[in-house]
Design a protein around this ligand. Structure first.
Ligand code: TYM
Length: 332
C-alpha cells in the first residue's frame, strides 16, 4: 500500500471548518486505502511564539480532534512531531541543500513575516517549509493531502527530494500533492476574500470545531453576504454566498447547482439557517467525542507515545539511509 503523510499545527485550541474540510475529511477517507501517517506538528507551531502550557494543551486537543474526526490511531499512525527527533535531524540536512533565494520565495513566509514585522520574525519561520519537507520525506510518502495554501510547500518538498537524489543517488521518494478542487479553500465568514485561518483577527469569522453548537449557528447567521439577494455561486462577485454554498454542499452532499435551484427565490436567511443545520449536525458528534477523549489526557498521551514509536521506526530508517548517502560516519 502506498504511504500518505499529512499534518496540522497545534496553534489553536480547536481546528476550524477549513482544516476539517481541506484536510481531515480527506484524511479519514484516504486512510482506508493508504498506509497513513498523521502528525501534530508542534515543532512548526513554535516558529511563532507559543505559551508552553497552552502549547501542551493545544497539542492534546489537536490530536483528540484527529481521532474524534475519524482518524483511527490503531490503524493509521497518529503522533506528535517533537517525539520523533528524526524530523529536526533531516530538516538540518535539507537546510544545506536549499537555496536562500528559494526559501525566500515561499509566500507563506512572506505573509507571516510581514504580519509580524520582518525584524521580529524568527529564522525558524524562514526554514519552516524545509522542516515540512523533512516530515514528508522521512516517511517515503507517495501522497500528501492538504488544502490549497500548502501547494507551494509540497512543490519545494518535491524539488528538494529530486535534488538530493540527483546529488547522492536515489534515496528519497518524490511525493505528489493531493488537493480537493472545490473545497481546497474555505473562506473567513466575516471577510470572505481571505481564507479562514487560525490566526484570524475576528473570532466571529472562524467556525471552530469545538465551539458550542449555538455559537456556530450564530456565527453562520451573521456571516457577511452582499447587497443583492440572489443565491448563486460566484467567487468573484459573491464570495460570502459562495463560501456558504460550499459549506452546505460539502456537508449535505447536494451539488452547488442543485442548491442554486433549490434556493431560487429564497433569501439569505433561509440559506444561512440550512448551512447552520448541516454544519452543526456534522460538528456536534465530533465535538462531543473530542471532549470525551480530553477527559482522559493520560490515556491520550499513551496512545500518542505508542504511535510515536511506530513513527520513529519508519523515520529512523530513512534518516539512516540519508546519513549514509551523505557520508556521515556510522556509530558502531
Ligand atoms: P495548518 O495547520 O495551517 O492547516 C492544516 C491543514 O488544513 C488546511 N487548511 C485549509 N483548507 C481549506 N480551507 C482553509 N481555510 C484552510 N486552512 C487550513 C491546510 O491546507 C492543511 O492541509 N504547514 C502545514 C502543516 C504541516 C504539514 C506538514 C502538512 C507541517 N508539515 C507535512 C502536510 C505535510 C500547516 O501549516 O497546516
Amino acid at each position: 500500500t502506498p504511504r500518505l503523510f499529512s499534518g496540522m499545527q497545534p496553534s489553536a485550541d480547536s481546528l476550524h471548518v477549513g482544516n476539517y474540510i481541506g484536510a481531515l475529511m480527506q484524511w479519514r477517507e484516504m486512510q482506508q486505502n493508504y498506509d497513513a501517517v498523521f502528525c501534530v506538528v508542534d515543532l512548526h507551531a513554535i516558529t511563532v511564539p507559543q505559551d508552553p502550557a497552552l502549547l501542551r494543551q493545544q497539542t492534546r486537543r489537536t490530536a483528540a480532534q484527529y481521532i474524534a474526526g475519524g482518524i483511527d490511531p490503531e490503524h493509521s499512525v497518529l503522533f506528535v512531531q517533537s517525539q520523533v527527533p528524526a524530523h529536526a535531524q533531516l530538516a538540518w540536512v535539507l537546510n544545506t541543500i536549499t537555496g536562500f533565494g528559494e526559501a525566500s520565495r515561499m509566500t507563506q513566509f512572506k505573509d507571516k513575516s510581514a504580519k509580524q514585522g520582518n525584524d521580529s520574525a524568527s529564522v525558524g519561520l524562514f526554514t519552516y517549509p524545509i522542516l515540512q519537507a523533512a516530515d514528508i520525506l522521512l516517511y517515503d510518502a507517495a501522497v500528501v493531502p492538504v488544502g490549497e495554501d500548502q501547494r507551494q510547500h509540497i512543490e519545494l518538498t518535491r524539488d528538494l527530494a529530486t535534488r538530493f537524489n540527483s546529488r547522492f543517488g536515489d534515496t528519497l521518494v518524490v511525493p505528489e500533492v493531493q488537493i480537493q478542487k472545490e473545497t481546497a479553500k474555505i473562506y473567513d465568514l466575516q471577510s470572505p476574500e481571505s481564507k479562514m485561518s487560525k490566526s484570524a483577527t475576528a473570532d466571529s469569522g472562524v467556525l471552530w470545531m469545538l465551539d458550542e453548537p449555538s455559537k456556530t449557528a450564530k456565527k453562520i447567521k451573521s456571516a457577511v453576504t452582499d447587497a443583492d439577494r440572489e443565491i448563486r455561486f460566484d467567487r468573484g462577485e459573491k464570495p460570502g454566498v459562495s463560501n456558504l454554498l460550499t459549506l452546505h454542499s460539502t456537508f449535505s452532499g447536494t451539488s452547488i447547482a442543485d442548491l442554486e435551484a433549490q434556493f431560487e427565490g429564497k433569501g439569505y436567511g433561509d440559506l444561512k439557517k440550512e448551512v447552520a443545520d448541516v454544519v452543526v449536525a456534522e460538528f456536534a458528534p465530533v465535538r462531543e467525542r473530542a471532549l470525551e477523549l480530553l477527559d482522559d489526557p493520560a490515556e491520550l498521551d499513551r496512545v500518542l507515545s505508542r504511535n510515536a514509536e511506530r513513527a520513529s521506526d519508519m523515520a529512523e530508517a530513512t534518516l539512516a539511509r540519508v546519513y549514509d548517502r551523505i557520508g556521515f560516519l556510522p556509530r558502531v
